[in-house]
Design a protein around this ligand. Sequence first.
Ligand code: ATP
Ligand code: MG
Length: 271
Amino acid sequence: MKNAATSMAKIFAVTNQKGGVGKTTTVVNLSASLATMGKKVLLVDLDPQGNATTGSGITKDELTPSVYDTLIGQASLADVIQPSAFGHYDVVPANRSLAGAEVELVSGEQREYRLKQALTTVHQRYDYVLIDCPPALNLLTLNGLTAANKLIIPMQCEYYALEGLTDLLQTIRRVRAHLNPGMSIEGLLRTMLDPRSSLAQQVSLELDKHFPGKIYKTAIPRNVRLAEAPSYGKPAIHYDPSSKGAQAYIELAREFIERQMGVIRDKEARC
Ligand code: ATP
Ligand code: MG
């Protein structure tokens, strides 16, 4: 049991090159939901926008030690980790200085592996590490994808969603070929769902054809509480626990853990 648990996939990059699809909302609310279930979670903010940082109740001023200091080799991850203000998970914060890392690392050694290396020193303290990637295919995203065992891909169920996925799949193929052969898709998460829209149903069916078994049964509805919570520095379950959005992320956390348990059971069965 112990061996299975320690070898289980635990570093998850939440990624989609398309902007505004709910990556950050998912990272913050899934982290907080897993924490309420007793899991130890580390959230890594890899986006210079720092939205996961402020959404976790941490200021993103440039004096706060951040993931930038780690990527350029000036601080260990342990030195930059902070507790979230309300969510009972830990955070590696980001701020605008991270935008500079892109330039500074261009000629750096092992530049795509910086986050992966840094995580080896802390990941055994956590059940799950969730990485919030920026909406671009840049060196920061490559650090996230290289550090991850698995990818969680949030997407809006709209007509262009599938088109955007083509780019993402190409990126995944390239990362697997050159940087991280073991990485794979954990799940596709439908976000900002309007259940009355027939387009959403059509896109869900189409997704299921291309990614059988990968789509989370739980979909996140469009819910204004999810959009309001970050301005209070709180995950939705601490801002308005009974809201539909908060409840959906709790449900997602349950499904997420169940899938992880399934992975462990499969491994044990094979032993
Ligand atoms: P970016 O690509 O810029 O990093 P993102 O993919 O991280 O964006 P979010 O920041 O999570 O996306 O969400 C984009 C906007 O939509 C935010 O204002 C957020 O509060 C809002 N939002 C996210 N999910 C929902 C939802 N289920 N219902 C309502 N609003 C949502
Ligand atoms: Mg974001």
